[in-house]
Design a protein around this ligand. Structure first.
Ligand code: DGL
Length: 261
């Protein structure tokens, strides 16, 4: 048993889509979330910068004595997961591997991937998909405007509809659309309208939560002091719209935010 919290981080509010799924599947666990809002967006930064930022956020979480870390960010997973796993001893889980596992099990071969510019440039999704599903056809599209719009809370207005239409207009004839950036589940309703009912829209947070659950059960790391389980949220910069978007996403009246870094 291990009653320490699970650490999670992202550049901003996107990782809250992963936190939400973790809370749903692991209600007895405690969580510490860091939104690296001072460094948002990660999607336009170089691999070197992403590695430096991930190292800092992981050190913050280790200082808070977490038992494992979830990189709730496609950009950071695709460009820094292996480096972080080599650098730190505690378990670190990203969003790509659990999602690829699902694609394979569900026999989905015609796959669209939408993500930040950095993620698409790194080819992280396509490489891992093809390693596991050699016959897969992958269509990638960078959608650099979506994460900033999600931070702004613009996820269900005409501008969001236009942006999604523009980004997705060439991604046709697919079985599944991977939301390769954790901000994108915030646009799920509009994305569904755009791609239609027959496309499996993949929220990576659901797959990550399953993977974390399996991992902590297998390694006997569950929290057995569930009466004291809680979620703490830290941001590296408080001048942002994080609270409003997070409240809506988590369907809570208020979220308590502290400053870090
Ligand atoms: N939510 C992140 C991702 O999954 C980062 C978006 C950004 O900061 O550009 O890629």
């Amino acid at each position: 048993m291990d009653n320490r919290a699970i650490g999670i981080f992202d550049s901003g509010v996107g990782g809250v889509t992963v936190l939400k799924e973790l809370q749903k599947l692991l209600p007895d666990e405690s969580f510490v979330y860091i939104g690296d809002t001072a460094s948002f967006p990660y999607g336009s930064k170089s691999k070197k910068t992403i590695i430096e930022l991930c190292k800092k956020r992981i050190e913050n979480l280790i200082d808070m004595n977490v038992k494992m870390i979830v990189i709730a960010c496609g950009t950071a997973t695709s460009q820094a997961l292996e480096e972080m796993q080599a650098m730190f001893k505690l378990p670190i889980i990203g969003i790509i591997k659990p999602t690829v596992k699902y694609l394979k099990e569900a026999n989905l071969n015609k796959i669209g991937v939408i993500a930040t510019a950095g993620t698409i440039r790194s080819n992280g999704w396509e490489e891992k998909i093809k390693e596991s599903i050699p016959q897969a056809e992958v269509k990638n599209k960078a959608c650099p405007l979506l994460a900033p719009m999600a931070e702004e809370g613009w996820t269900d207005n005409d501008i969001a509809k236009l942006a999604i239409h523009e980004y997705l207009k060439e991604i046709k004839n697919i079985d599944a659309l991977v939301l390769g950036c954790t901000h994108y589940p915030l646009f799920k309703k509009i994305i569904k309208e755009e791609v239609g009912e027959n496309v499996d829209i993949i929220n990576t947070g659901e797959m990550v939560a399953k993977e974390v659950k399996e991992y902590i059960i297998k390694n006997k790391m569950q929290n057995n002091d569930n009466e004291n389980s809680n979620t703490q949220i830290y941001l590296t910069d408080l001048e942002c719209n994080f609270i409003n978007v997070a409240k809506k996403l988590l369907q809570v009246e208020d979220v308590n935010i502290q400053k870090i870094g």
